[in-house]
Ligand binder design. Structure first.
Ligand code: B12
Ligand code: SF4
Length: 410
C-alpha cells in the first residue's frame, strides 16, 4: 500500500529542521518492513506532494503546539486526496484522543503507532471515524529507525562541534511530575536490547556522525542498564549528550558515562526552590540538583540545566532562589522556559489545587512559545500564579536568561 506520513512544521522552533522526527520514522520503519510503499514528508524540509501522487493511507503526527497546523494539513489532504483515510497519532492525541475527530482525522491512534498503522495498511478502514488504543510496542521489534526514509542527513543538528543526530534507547518513565505530558501506557519503561543499540550507533558512525543526542526521557532510570549501555557503546568512540534525573545520578554513573563518550548531561533542575519542586511532585530536591552538578563537573561532564518559570507557587522570592542556584552552581549551560499548562498533565487537570490560572480554551498554537519568540509572535506565558501575573513571569524569565546569565558570565 502507498502510505504518506506527514510531520508538520513548527515555525516557533529555532530551527524546525534540526532533529529528525523519530516517532514518525519508527511508524514508517514498521510500514516499510511490511512491504508498504512509504513516503515520508517533513514539512520543515519539503512540501506536500501534489495530486500526481496518490496515497492510499495518510498518517500525521500531532503535538499540542502543532494542533492548528495539523488541522490545516488534514484539510488540505481531504481536498487533495478525497476518500483517503487520514490517521492522526502522536503525543497530543495520545493524551486527548477526543481531539482526533475535531482535527478532521478518520482514525485517532493513542500511544505507539507502529503496530496499529501496520494493521491499518494490511486490513484497511471502514470509513467511520474511529479510535484505536495501541498496546505499547515491543521496542525490539523495529528497534532501528530507517533514517533513509526521510533523508536524516538533511537535518541541521550539530553538537559538541560535530554533525549530530538523535536516537532513543528506551521508552517510558515511571515518575509523575505534575507538568509532564505522558500517555496512559507510558509509565512502564521498555529498554532496547543493547545489541541493537550498538548496531544503530555503528550505522550512525558509518554515516559520518561523531556526536549523538540520546533523547531517552531520563537515561539513568536504571543504573545497571545505564552502566551496561556505557560499556557497550564505549568502543565505538562516539561523543554524546543525554538527559538524566539528578536524584538518581551518582559518581559511578558520571565516570562510566565520560569513559563511554558522554560529554554533557542535561538536567531538569526546574527551580531553585524546594517548595516548588515538591509542589510539582518532582521527586528531586534543590540539593540533589546541586550535588548532580558538582559530580558531573568533577567527572568532566558539562552540565546543562533546564529551568521553568511560572510553576505553581512561583513568586519573586522563588525566582531569587533560582538565581541563587545558578550563581552557586554555575552550570555550563542553561535554558529557561516559561511554564505551559499542557492538557493531560496533572496541573492542567486541577489548576485550583496547584495555584495556577490559565485561559480557557487554551491557544494550543502558542505552546511552543515558552522559550523564544519572534517579532510577530513574542515570547509569552499562558499562566499566572497567586503571586505573579503572566507578564511578570515573562519578565522573570528574561531576568534569569539575560541579567543572571550575564552575572555568571555565560
Ligand atoms: C525529541 C523531542 C523534541 C525535539 C523534536 C525533534 C523532532 N523532530 O521530533 C525538540 C527538541 C525540537 C522538541 C521540541 C518541543 N517539544 Co519535545 N520532545 C522530544 C522527546 C524528548 C522525544 C520525541 C521522540 O522522538 N520520542 C520517541 C518516539 C518513539 O515517540 P513519539 O514521538 O511519541 O512517537 C510515537 C507515538 O507518539 C506515535 N506517533 C507519533 N506520530 C504518529 C503518527 C501516526 C500517524 C501514528 C499512527 C502514530 C504516531 O507512534 C510513535 C512511535 O511509537 C519527547 C518526549 C518523548 N519521550 O517522546 C518530547 C515531547 C514530544 N516534547 C514536548 C514538548 C512540550 C515540546 C515543546 C513544546 C517544548 C517547548 N516548550 O518548546 C517543543 C515543540 C514541539 C513541537 N514540534 O510541537 C512534549 C509534547 C507534549 C504534547 N502534548 O505535545 C513531549 C511529549 C515531552 C513531554 N513529556 O512533555 N521536542
Ligand atoms: S519530567 Fe522527566 S522524570 Fe518527570 S515524568 Fe516527565 S519524563 Fe519522567
Amino acid at each position: 500500500m502507498r502510505v504518506l506520513l506527514i510531520n508538520p512544521k513548527n515555525e516557533d522552533l529555532y530551527n524546525p529542521a534540526y532533529w529528525p522526527p523519530l516517532g514518525l520514522l519508527y511508524v514508517g520503519t514498521a510500514l516499510h518492513s511490511d512491504g508498504n510503499d512509504v513516503r515520508m514528508v517533513d514539512l520543515a524540509l519539503d512540501p506536500l506532494p501534489d495530486v500526481s501522487y496518490q496515497p492510499e493511507l495518510i498518517g500525521i503526527s500531532c503535538t499540542t503546539s502543532n494542533y492548528l497546523a495539523v488541522k490545516g494539513i488534514i484539510g488540505v489532504c481531504k481536498e487533495r486526496w478525497p476518500g483517503v483515510p487520514v490517521v492522526v497519532g502522536g503525543p497530543h492525541v495520545s493524551i486527548l484522543p477526543e481531539d482526533g475527530p475535531r482535527l478532521g482525522a478518520d482514525i485517532t491512534v493513542v500511544g505507539d503507532g507502529e503496530e496499529t498503522m501496520l494493521q491499518l495498511a494490511r486490513n484497511g478502514h471502514n470509513g467511520h471515524s474511529s479510535l484505536v488504543v495501541s498496546h505499547p510496542v515491543d521496542v525490539n521489534r523495529w528497534p532501528i529507525p530507517a533514517r533513509s526514509l526521510i533523508g536524516a542527513h538533511r537535518y541541521a543538528a550539530r553538537e559538541l562541534g560535530h554533525p549530530s543526530t538523535s536516537l532513543m534507547t528506551q521508552r517510558g518513565c515511571p515518575y509523575q511530575c505534575a507538568y509532564c505530558c505522558k500517555w496512559a501506557g507510558y509509565d512502564r519503561v521498555r529498554y532496547r536490547a543493547l545489541s541493537n543499540v550498538v548496531e544503530e550507533v555503528e550505522q550512525l558512525k558509518a554515516a559520518g556522525y561523531r556526536s549523538l543526542r540520546l533523547f531517552d526521557d531520563e537515561l539513568n532510570l536504571n543504573e545497571r542498564r545505564l552502566l551496561a549501555l556505557c560499556r557497550a557503546i564505549k568502543p565505538l568512540g562516539m561523543e554524546w549528550v543525554c538527559l538524566v534525573r539528578a536524584n538518581l545520578f551518582n559518581a559511578t554513573q558520571a565516570m562510566a558515562m565520560v569513559e563511554a563518550g558522554c560529554r554533557m548531561i542535561q538536567v531538569g533542575v526546574e527551580s531553585g526552590s524546594d517548595a516548588i519542586l515538591r509542589g510539582v511532585n518532582k521527586s528531586c530536591t534543590v540539593q540533589d540538583n546541586s550535588r548532580a552538578c558538582r559530580m558531573a563537573k568533577a567527572a568532566g561532564l558539562q552540565f546543562w540545566a533546564f529551568f521553568v518559570v511560572g510553576l505553581p507557587g512561583e513568586s519573586k522570592a522563588t525566582i531569587e532562589e533560582t538565581r541563587q542556584w545558578i550563581i552557586d552552581n554555575r552550570p555550563d549551560m542553561f535554558s529557561v522556559y516559561t511554564f505551559q499548562p499542557f492538557p493531560g498533565t496533572k496541573i492542567h487537570e486541577n489548576p485550583s489545587h496547584y495555584d495556577i490560572q490559565f485561559p480557557s480554551p487554551l491557544p494550543y498554537d502558542q505552546f511552543a512559545l515558552g522559550i523564544r519568540g519572534t517579532a510577530a509572535r513574542p515570547l509569552h506565558c499562558l499562566v499566572s500564579t497567586a503571586s505573579m501575573t503572566s507578564e511578570e513571569i515573562v519578565e522573570a524569565r528574561r531576568y534569569l536568561d539575560t541579567d543572571v546569565r550575564q552575572e555568571v558570565g555565560l
